[in-house]
Design a protein around this ligand. Sequence first.
Ligand SMILES: *Cc1c(COP(=O)(O)O)cnc(C)c1O
Length: 365
Amino acid sequence: MTDYQSLGIRPLINAYATVTKFGGSLMPPEVVSAMTAAAAGFVDLADLQRRVGERIAQLTHNEAAYVTSGAAAGIQLAAAAAVMYKHPEALKRFPDIAAFKDEAIIFRGQRNPYDYSIQAVGLKYVEIAGSRSDLEAAISERTACIFWFHGALVSDDDLPLAELIAIAKARDIPVIVDAAAQLPPVENLWRFTEMGAALALFSGGKDLRGPQSTGLMLGRRDLIDSIRPISNPNHGLGRPFKVGKEEMMGILAAVERYLQLDHDARAQYCEDAVTLFCEALNPLPGVCAEREFPNEAGQPLPWCRVTIDPCILGKSADEIVQAFLAHEPGIAVSPLNERQFHLNPMTLNPGEELIVRDACLKLLT
Ligand SMILES: *Cc1c(COP(=O)(O)O)cnc(C)c1O
């Protein structure tokens, strides 16, 4: 049997988040069956990408949709689209695009490791502090697009997204929203594009629970169509970001499932798990557990912040995080600092909250 065990790899319980380094999320049976069914037959891949895109666009109230190999690849393809929809001749030029609009405006406080994908296309960053006048001063003849990284990195000093979009629209500049981890709420699948963002990018392998190597690009048809010639199965910048037929059908099944999911029941499960953790942990000396809302990426789900007194417990939070991983079964929790970590119920399978609680009782005494 080809499985983790045969390699000496121990599966973990994920009380961390939909983080890629621990496998993101788990594919539900309907996603796995769609992939298995897709594995049984050959298809014209470009046709499949179009049909899957049409279906996902319809389901998510978007003009068009495209399956990428993740949100990071989506950022790169979206950056390419911002050049190509006006200059199809950029096709064989990336990343040497000085002949075209070659600047991407980005908010300084929103800089993050994923923005490397923009630069990889050949776009130069124009960093702005965040106000309306900063934005207006940064826009020039060379501006290809404006990036917005939605979530914890957005600061109160940043111009609101709606205003940013209005300014950009008046100058015909596409706004691209990285919303990789902005699910739930499910409405975010159409919220940003309904606000007027040209494209919104999502991870398929986070809360959507599609295949890990998928993502969604949702929004304007002219931008999405512009990258087809450079994207798998065609050749060019996007060819390395290959999405197979199985992944395309898997992410479609994941979107269909997510739209029908009882999100209230899911949120209630998270509430109950946080209550369970708080009630079990707070009586322990040197331990304080609290409900926090929203969670790290700003998703409207609670998680549990645990603060410890290292003097009383005789160990730091970092050591406890390691002890959870070494525990049997291994548990990934979300580290914060020397005194704090989080228990995140969003990636737990029902029943696992009890295992996590019992591990806490063992490791936090
Ligand atoms: C996870 C994440 C990404 C990358 O998504 P992948 O689907 O793993 O490529 C990009 N941006 C943000 C803000 C993320 O949280």
